[in-house]
Design a protein around this ligand. Structure first.
Ligand code: ASP
Length: 407
């Protein structure tokens, strides 16, 4: 996030175009998450019959863990004093290693949720985490994502405002982010093999149910994306004064490239060229809006993150190791973190899946559950990346129109 903010072309020089672009991107990303949340709540893929059977199977597995834990430690698993240990035990059984041990106060927080007002929830789940000591936020397990994001935004903004004297710090984070990206890409090289293994093991252990349940989940994402595309077209027609069909015809090439490469960054050169040539957007606007858009504006990713986390909560919420109930506060946390997680996602394949951990840990969903949706991630990445790129081009058309006459 620091690198993303720092790499924006000089925000002050860009002035008007910059403000309009950022406002447009923030609004459409927020729209996208809201549409995703609505879609998953209406379709409710996590409560379909096939999903319920997956849940039952999972319950049986957890009952074994519970018995084993209670026999080994002599403690009752849901005793507040023993509960973090129990969650760590399950996490370990799930192959989760040390990272997840020492879950702090999760049980107490969930229990306390029942009698709290919205004000209390905003304070405890939004305000206090945001204002946390950033080192604590990084070191605690699970990490306090909101605190980390907020501090990163402050550092990024400060670097941009200070300019030359802060160049070293800004450059450090830009390079560091490249390093992390390389490591992530190495790991992603293994994805085809691991996805094969995951699908095989899913079908072998959960049977046909897993595929059916995942199909409903994909439907929630794809229908949400369809609805969001309609909104983008209305915005293009209203504010960009462009016929939606002309727009759709004009964006065909980058749209297909984004769909097949699943990377907004890889598509960027074609996106810029097409936007200038087919959509007649001025170079000054397109050269700013599109690279910024590829970095921070990911409508498809934002929508997907909200759907995915809520689907997993529908599916597993309330089980022994997922003491989560969907409340207004939780929905708000998912909304906010999904927006930031999409901003923080790099424009490369599967980046959205990686930053989804931010949203999941913000609501206390154990990360090992994300593996269930890993199996269909590539398919959904095609849809979300092409929507990300379409959102950027819609932004370029609209900002160009709003600016026309001035440039
Ligand atoms: N692949 C997407 C992109 O490049 C990011 C994501 O994984 O959602 O835009």
């Amino acid at each position: 996030i620091i690198a993303g903010i720092y790499s924006l072309p000089n925000a002050r020089e860009i002035g008007n175009v910059g403000v309009k672009t950022v406002v447009y991107y923030c609004c459409t990303t927020a729209f996208a998450v809201a549409i995703g949340i609505t879609s998953v709540l209406i379709i409710s893929p996590g409560t379909k019959e096939a999903s319920l059977r997956i849940r039952e199977d999972r319950q049986a597995v957890l009952a074994e863990y519970r018995a084993e834990f209670e026999a080994d430690t002599g403690q009752i698993y849901n005793d507040p004093a023993a509960y973090p240990e129990y969650r760590a035990f399950v996490a370990q059984q799930e192959g989760e290693g040390i990272g997840q041990t020492g879950f702090q106060g999760g049980y107490a927080r969930i229990q306390a949720t029942q009698d709290r007002t919205i004000g209390d929830m905003l304070k405890d789940e939004l305000l206090l985490p945001i204002l946390a000591n950033p080192f604590n936020a990084l070191a605690q397990s699970p990490p306090n994502s909101l605190g980390i994001i907020f501090f990163a935004i402050l550092v990024g903004l400060a670097c941009v405002i200070i300019g030359e004297p802060a160049r070293g710090v800004g450059q450090f984070f830009v390079s560091f982010s490249e390093v992390m990206m390389k490591i992530t890409l190495w790991i992603m090289e293994l994805a085809p093999y691991s996805i094969g293994c995951i699908i095989a093991s899913l079908v072998a252990t959960l049977g046909y149910d897993a595929l059916q349940s995942l199909a409903w989940y994909c439907a929630a994402v794809i229908i949400g994306i369809g609805a969001h595309i309609c909104i983008l077209l209305v915005l293009v027609a209203t504010f960009g004064k462009m016929n939606p069909f002309t727009f759709l015809k004009g964006i065909r090439n980058p749209w297909i490239i984004a769909f097949t490469t699943t990377s907004s960054a890889a598509t960027l050169p074609v996106t810029i060229l097409t936007t200038q040539e087919n959509l007649k957007v001025s170079p000054k606007v397109s050269r700013f809006t599109l690279p910024v858009g590829a970095t921070i504006n990911m409508d498809g990713t934002a929508l997907y993150e909200g759907v995915a986390v809520i689907f997993l909560i529908q599916l597993f919420g309330g089980l022994d190791d997922v003491p989560i109930v969907m409340t207004v506060g939780k929905t708000l946390v998912i909304f906010v973190t999904a927006v930031f997680a999409s901003i923080g996602a790099a424009a490369v394949p599967s980046a959205g899946l990686v930053t989804m951990a931010i949203v999941a840990s913000a609501v206390g969903l154990p990360l090992y559950y994300i593996f269930l949706i890993y199996a269909v991630d590539h398919l959904l990445d095609m849809f979300r990346t092409s929507t990300n790129v379409m959102g950027d081009m819609a932004g370029a058309v609209i900002v160009n129109r709003l600016e026309s006459g001035k440039l």
